[in-house]
Design a protein around this ligand. Structure first.
Ligand code: COA
Ligand code: AMP
Length: 624
């Protein structure tokens, strides 16, 4: 056990305001916080700061302008480029000037639909500099999903690139943006397109601008100053899957976010100024926001922006190569990525040949890390592998072994211990705490620590729902248990959210799409186990009487989910079944379907309406 961890956790729970006011000392404020918490205004009421200033300008002012801020490593374009803090300041300033020339002011929303290129990072930070609220939409989402986010966030400007590069494929982004803008009710004033050499996009007169040309045109403009933002002013909106078809816009506030992320870099990841840190995620997800962009820069570290996949770009040695090349000290990825590497390189030949350079520790998150994957990675790399748990809503880890505090306790299958700031309880259906070893709903005591969400964009009632089941507690939506030694095991969701290759998706949303297809009488989408992606969605469809029985329905259903939700949904399997197993009250027995799909042993539940259905479903599956 680590004494430093124990002390920090106890102090954070006994005197949260003092604990976080102390942590706030690592941030430069215009108006320093006098108080920790206020029920109405949240963390650090009345304090003002600028997040981009804290990420860039203050390091330059402190004489660290020449230190490397950002390394862009893109095996898909054969590019490695580094930006010092001074260069980053210049790039961000110019994009800020470009946004200002379009009339963007503090409080305006700017949507980014962009790949993993430095311009995406510049643009996020430029928004932060001028106080505009960015909302990054992951490139794997379809136009309709982008349109939903446009209508909810009502941005003045949309920034995009001509294409993304997914392994060996080039994906044209601009046609998707055009389609989304046509679908959206909200009129976006201006679209700015970063043209990549690989594929140029057509621009529409009057609405679209070429990024480089616009930047040139505003190059002589004064760089807008770092806006004075209240601690509770939004920094960004990040949409994530909820239990309905409508995405939830998690709002991140400037003050708590900066304090929590800076604290986490030092105390969880063991990273400080000058240390290279790499989170192999995508800026479209929360991990990318927090640990590719904001947190490493807040502490003056070097962050790696990797445009590639764990395998195929060009081989399963790419992680080890990038890590070694840049002297990465702490590495963060998703278990699914390691499973993909292991599948292609089971004996870790690439790892043995390339090594892990200066890396001291590997962190995993995004889905439960299966013990087998951790064991393989620890054995092959010789490094401690720390599973840790968090969510878009929280913005930073809630369960971990705080490596930076000297805590290296690990148990395979567990995500570790409550991070300072978080008080967990496992609750039964009545909201009563259960004993160690017993499973229940994973809940966090309110108020949540700095950095965690305090509202949803345009949806305060949706936010309140997270605290309604267990008053005084935040319902995480995960199920789990503490063991006798205090390790917290997160086992899965209590709702219809699934994790596909570390991507959070709603099966309920997929079901809504499938149900709307012609010829579908009823349907269910469940998460089935997958050796690489952890889970994959599988659809069971009952055809309407008289619908053509030629397999076309399955293809249409798969096509519709890809078209409406996006390639990231990865729904590739649909079965046409004669009926769905249901209880006598008409509830679909999803657990039973899951077992059948996973080819596990299943039993007929006593509540079933028609006991012959499960066998018919299993037979339909075997027929393929
Ligand atoms: N833009 C456009 N399309 C994208 C995309 C993006 N940014 N990201 C993914 N897609 C597409 C993929 O090309 C794929 O399309 P396809 O069905 O035509 O092949 C589809 O969405 C599904 O992608 P994915 O689930 O990523 O599958 P994959 O086979 O391409 O890769 C892994 C599998 C495991 C290698 C990959 O998912 C991975 O690296 N996962 C780690 C995720 C992660 O870091 N998550 C963050 C949490 S820490
Ligand atoms: P996201 O909001 O996309 O980060 O997804 C959050 C969800 O991913 C959590 O609610 C969990 O269900 C799951 N998750 C993330 N990390 C872990 C982990 N280390 N162990 C188990 N589940 C995890």
């Amino acid at each position: 056990m680590s004494e430093a961890y124990e002390q920090a956790w106890r102090a954070s729970i006994a005197q949260p305001e003092q604990f976080w006011l102390d942590a706030a000392g690592k941030i430069d404020w215009f108006d320093a916080p006098a108080r920790g918490w206020d029920d109405r205004r949240g963390w650090f009421p009345g304090a003002t700061l600028n997040t981009a200033y804290n990420c860039i300008d203050r390091h330059v002012a402190a004489g660290r302008g020449d230190a490397t801020a950002l390394v862009y490593d893109s095996p898909v374009t054969d590019t490695v480029a580094a930006f010092s803090y001074a260069q980053l300041q210049d790039e961000v300033g110019q994009v800020a000037a470009m946004l200002a020339s379009l009339g963007v002011v503090a409080g305006d929303r700017v949507i980014l639909y962009m790949p993993m290129i430095p311009q995406t990072v510049f643009a996020m930070l430029a928004c932060a500099r001028i106080g505009a609220i960015h909302s990054v939409v992951f490139g794997g989402f379809a136009p309709l999903e982008l349109a939903k986010r446009i209508d909810d966030a009502t941005p003045r400007v949309l920034l995009t690139a001509s294409c993304g590069i997914e392994g060996a494929r080039t994906i044209a982004y601009k046609p998707m943006v055009d389609e989304a803008l046509a679908l959206a009710a909200h009129p976006v004033e201006r679209v700015v397109v970063f043209q990549r050499d690989r594929l140029l996009a057509d621009l529409i007169d009057g609405r679209d601008s070429d990024w480089q040309e616009l930047r040139q045109a505003s190059a002589a403009d004064p760089v807008p100053p770092c806006a004075r933002m209240a601690a509770d002013d939004p920094l960004y909106i990040l949409y994530t899957s909820g239990t309905t078809g409508t995405p939830k816009g998690v709002v991140r506030e400037n003050g708590g976010h900066a304090v929590a992320l800076a604290w986490s870099m030092e105390n969880i990841y063991g990273i400080g100024a000058g240390d290279p840190f790499w989170a192999a995620s995508d800026v479209g997800w929360v991990v990318g926001h927090s640990y590719i962009v904001y947190a490493p820069l807040l502490v003056g570290a070097t962050t790696v922006l990797f445009e590639g996949k764990p395998v195929g770009t060009p081989d399963p040695g790419t992680f080890w190569r990038v890590m070694s090349r840049h002297g990465v000290k702490s590495f963060f990825t998703a278990p699914t990525a390691i499973r993909a590497v292991r599948k292609e390189d089971p004996d870790a030949a690439f790892l043995k040949e390339i090594g892990t350079g200066a890396c001291r520790v590997i962190f995993l998150a995004g889905e439960r890390a299966d013990p087998d994957t951790i064991a393989w990675l620890e054995e092959q790399s010789g490094l401690p592998v720390i599973d840790h748990w968090w969510q878009t809503e929280l913005g930073w880890p809630g369960v971990a072994s705080c490596y930076g505090l000297g805590d290296l306790r690990r148990k395979r299958g567990s995500a570790g211990f409550p991070v300072p700031g978080y008080q967990f309880e496992i609750l039964d259906e009545e909201g009563k705490p259960v004993a160690a070893g017993q499973s229940g709903a994973v809940a966090v005591k309110a108020p949540l620590p700095p950095g965690a969400f305090r509202t949803l964009w345009n949806n305060s009632s949706g936010f309140a729902k997270n605290f309604a089941t267990f008053p005084g507690w935040y319902e995480t939506g995960d199920a789990g248990h503490f063991d006798a030694e205090g390790f917290l095991n997160i086992m899965g969701r209590t709702d219809d959210i699934i994790n596909v290759a570390g991507h959070r998706l709603s099966t309920g949303q997929m079901e809504q799409i499938v149900a709307q297809q012609d010829g579908v009488a009823e349907c269910a989408v469940i998460g089935a186990r997958d050796a690489i992606k952890g889970m994959i969605p599988v659809a069971f469809v009952v055809a309407r009487a008289g619908a053509a029985n030629d397999g076309s329905l399955r293809q249409r259903v798969i096509g519709a989910v890809r078209h409406e939700l996006g390639a990231v949904a990865a729904l590739k399997t649909a079965f046409e079944v004669p009926a769905l197993p249901k209880t006598r009250s008409g509830k679909i027995l999803r657990n039973l379907l899951r077992k059948i799909a996973d080819r596990e042993e299943w039993q007929i539940p006593p509540t079933i309406e028609d006991p012959s259905v499960p066998q018919l479903v299993a037979e339909a599956m075997e027929r393929g």
